[in-house]
Write a protein that binds this ligand. Structure first.
Ligand SMILES: *Cc1c(COP(=O)(O)O)cnc(C)c1O
Length: 424
């Protein structure tokens, strides 16, 4: 067959883009060559509906071994009792959980999308806001931090069946113990969605949700640095506290409910090539090198946030405990999140515009940007490079309408990034 040069040329072009630029999108990272290699394999050919040892298709002996290794490594990495590594993405993991433990019309309580939450935590444009009845908690205006007394108050009023914590743009630690108290008080299940900080949590740099939360979901491609995918975990195999019964009248275990939430509930055949890559990534995440990596991710984010503040940018909550920060640009005049994103991309610096808490602008314009350290740390950047990254961003933003200046900065970015080789 003729090689599809059109697509492979575009893949090369995308690789060049990734190599040449400064990647600061907080949800992105660079998977290792062996993670990528595992994904591009014959495993994609295999149908394996069901779980290892209990498949609906023959010929699954080898993929069973692979999926079992992925599960064992994930359990070791997070100290989980049970995992399902099949969700195709973080959103799929959340869909499977909600299908497993909720009925249509049940109440859920999540972190407000416009304060840093995720679409799958009850947004009106997402299945979670259409099938269930959502309510939200947010951060305090003065501090930019979640006030748990306020969460408790809303939970007592709304009586949700599922309380969701975790975020896409919240730079502070979560108090899972307190949230569990609140969940117990109102008879809710507690779900922690650790899609973003999973890698830092796995290696003990942030509080452990598995100790307190009934269910934990994550992606595998953000700080965890694996292939694009999702996963569901249990710290203990809780019996279903709502007494959901099978047609035979048996009380089902939470693990079995969640397994069926994934398949047949919301997915068909698992992506065994991606599961193999997850196994590789979990193996990497158990290494000393990865421990050094996550420590550096956290240091780099902290140094970057200090540097932004020293230049007069308002960092929401005044800093970060994890790998990301949310910056309110209103402290810098009329520049919007969209202006900032557009100007920075011309200099090959990638960030994303982001709503800030109590934003006066729409989600398409926004007043803020979100910046993360996971990807640039993978490229080998350390604290000393963070100053320059922030200086470059500031220079672009302060000259956002000066195309010549931005072109100069882009050239500087491209030649600087050659010092941090990626795949070449
Ligand atoms: C990224 C993210 C997800 C969704 O992950 P996808 O793999 O993009 O579906 C879910 N929850 C949170 C909190 C996230 O940040």
């Amino acid at each position: 067959m003729l090689r599809d040069q059109t697509i492979f040329d575009l893949i090369q072009k995308e690789q060049d883009r990734q190599e040449d630029g400064i990647e600061l999108i907080a949800s992105e990272n660079f998977a290792s060559k062996q993670v990528i290699e595992a994904m591009g394999t014959v495993l994609t050919n295999k149908y394996a509906e069901g779980l290892p040892g209990k498949r609906y298709y023959g010929g699954c002996e080898v993929v069973d071994e692979i999926e079992n290794i992925a599960r064992d490594r994930a359990k070791e990495l997070f100290g989980a009792e049970w995992v399902n590594v099949q969700p195709h993405s973080g959103a799929q993991a959340n869909a499977a959980v909600m299908l497993a433990v909720l009925n249509a019309g049940d109440k859920i309580l999540g972190f407000d999308l416009s304060h840093g939450g995720h679409l799958t935590h009850g947004s009106s444009v997402n299945f979670s806001g259409k099938l269930y009845q959502p309510s939200f908690y947010g951060v305090e205006k003065e501090t930019g931090v979640i006030n748990y007394d306020n969460v408790e108050e809303i939970a007592k009023k709304e009586k949700p069946k599922l309380l969701i914590c975790g975020a896409s743009a919240y730079s502070r630690e979560w108090d899972y113990e307190r949230l569990r108290d609140i969940a117990d008080e109102v008879g809710a299940l507690l779900l922690a969605d650790i899609a973003h900080p999973a890698g830092l949590i796995a290696r003990g740099l942030l509080n452990d949700p598995l100790e307190y939360c009934h269910i934990v979901t994550t992606t595998t491609h953000k700080t965890l640095r694996g292939p694009r995918g999702g996963m569901i975990m249990l710290g203990e195999d809780f019996e279903n506290p709502f007494g959901l019964k099978t047609p035979k009248g048996e009380l089902r275990k939470m693990s079995s409910l969640l397994d069926s939430g994934v398949f047949p509930g919301t997915q068909g055949g698992p992506l065994e090539h991606v599961i193999a890559a997850k196994a590789v990534a979990f193996g990497e995440a158990l290494s000393d090198d990865y421990m050094d990596y996550v420590i550096q991710v956290k240091k780099n984010a902290s140094v970057m946030s200090q540097k932004f503040m020293s230049k007069g940018y308002q960092v929401i909550s005044g800093g970060t405990d994890n790998h990301l920060m949310l910056i309110d640009l209103r402290s810098k005049g009329e520049i919007t999140g969209r202006d900032a994103e557009d100007a920075l991309i011309k200099a090959d610096i990638t960030i994303n515009k982001n709503m800030v808490p109590f934003d006066s602008r729409s989600p398409f314009v926004t007043s803020g940007i979100r910046v993360g350290s996971a990807a640039i740390t993978t490229r080998g950047m350390k604290e000393s490079e963070m100053d320059k990254v922030v200086d470059l961003i500031d220079e672009v933003l302060m000259n956002k309408d000066n195309d010549n200046k931005i072109k100069e900065i882009k050239e500087e970015v491209n030649s600087w990034m050659k010092k941090f080789p990626l795949y070449k």
